[in-house]
Each structure stands twice: as C-alpha cells, then as structure tokens.
Design a protein. Structure first.
Length: 209
C-alpha cells in the first residue's frame, strides 16, 4: 500500500510539472505572438527597384564584409563584386536580397551570405507615410493618388491612430488634417504630389516624420 501510494503521488507530481510546463510555454507564446506579428516584415509593401535607382548593398560573407553604393543600369542590373551582374529591376528590396544571396551561394559556395539592399535615391517619386498605420513606409506616387488612398495602401489606420490630427508635409510646410472630415466629405481628400509626407500620430507621439 505504502509503495503504491508513493508511486501514485510521484506520478501525480510529474503530471503537474508537465501541465505547468505546457502552460508556461502557452503563456510565452501568447506574449511573443504580438511582437512577432509587429516585427514581421511586410514584403509586399516594399518599394520596387527601378532603373536608375541608387542601391546601398551590405553583404556579409565569411571573413569579408562588402559595402557598395551601386546604380541600377539601363538593363535593370547591378554589377556586384565577385558575382557580376544581377537583374534586380522590378523586384522589391527583400526579393533582391534573396536573389543576391542565392548568387553568392552558387558562385562562391558561401553557405550563409547575409545581404541587405536599400534604395537610397529613387528614380521614381514616393510618398512617405509614417506613424500609426499598419505598414509604414514609402508608397510609389501615381497621378491622382490621394491622402486617404495612400493611407489605405499601407494597411490603413491602426487602432491607436489619432485620425483628427494627421500631419501632412509639403515643401516643408506642415498642415493638420482631420480624416473624419474627409470621410464625411470626400472632396476634402488631398491629391498628393511627389515628396509629400504623411504622419499619423498616436499615444506618446512627438510628431516626428
């Protein structure tokens, strides 16, 4: 009886420990999920590389770090040290990074090349949108683009956005825009111009654009 009771008690403690471990993992996953969700890059929203764009490349391979400032040539190519010409036109930066890393693996047999590609000067005009939108970044300008359609193209307002105090910047002049008024009267929606900037404030925002 005594041994049986001890075995049952031990088995019970093991089950409690296993349950607590599973519960801890579940809680950790719940805490991390929003962070991972916010940190996940929105590849589809990245600007597309065009002929004439200036690209800053940072390439990390064993024993070598390569930093290059390159221009996309008329054929849409970047001429990259060690691997030659790679066509990047019509790709976004994330896609270009993957392609360049693949070429390094194939050409030089590096197992884990790390590549970052950034458009430093764009041949195509953009609108910059920052603050409380789901996917802040650059939006390619096109004739007829308006403030509200540009905001919608980056996922729209977050739940924390202050829609009545949107900061709109054109040629250094700041104008405060009320999105609620535009919703009631769409004729108030602003037609954008290349280089315009839009900042949607939220809790604790200091208005940085």
């Amino acid at each position: 009886m005594g041994n049986s009771h001890i075995e049952q008690h031990g088995s019970y403690l093991v089950k409690i420990r296993q349950t607590m471990k599973l519960f801890s993992c579940f809680c950790a996953a719940l805490l991390l999920f929003p962070l991972l969700l916010n940190a996940a890059p929105s590849h589809a929203q990245q600007p597309v590389i065009r002929v004439g764009d200036y690209i800053e490349l940072q390439i990390f391979v064993p024993n070598t770090n390569i930093n290059s400032a390159l221009v996309v040539d008329a054929n849409g190519m970047l001429d990259i040290v060690f691997i030659g010409k790679v066509k990047v036109a019509d790709l976004n930066c994330w896609e270009a990074q993957r392609l360049i890393a693949k070429r390094f693996r194939e050409t030089l047999e590096f197992t884990y090349p790390a590549v970052t590609a950034t458009i430093t000067i764009s041949a195509q005009p953009f609108i910059k949108i920052s603050g409380e939108v789901w996917n802040p970044g650059q939006v390619a300008y096109s004739p007829g683009l308006t403030l509200m359609t540009a905001i919608a193209s980056v996922g729209g307002f977050t739940d924390f956005s202050h829609k009545r105090t949107i900061k709109f910047v054109r040629n250094g002049k700041v104008t405060i825009i009320d999105a609620h008024k535009i919703s009631r009267d769409p004729s108030l929606d602003i037609k954008l111009q290349p280089g315009d900037q839009i900042f949607i404030p939220g809790p604790g925002s200091h208005g940085d654009i």
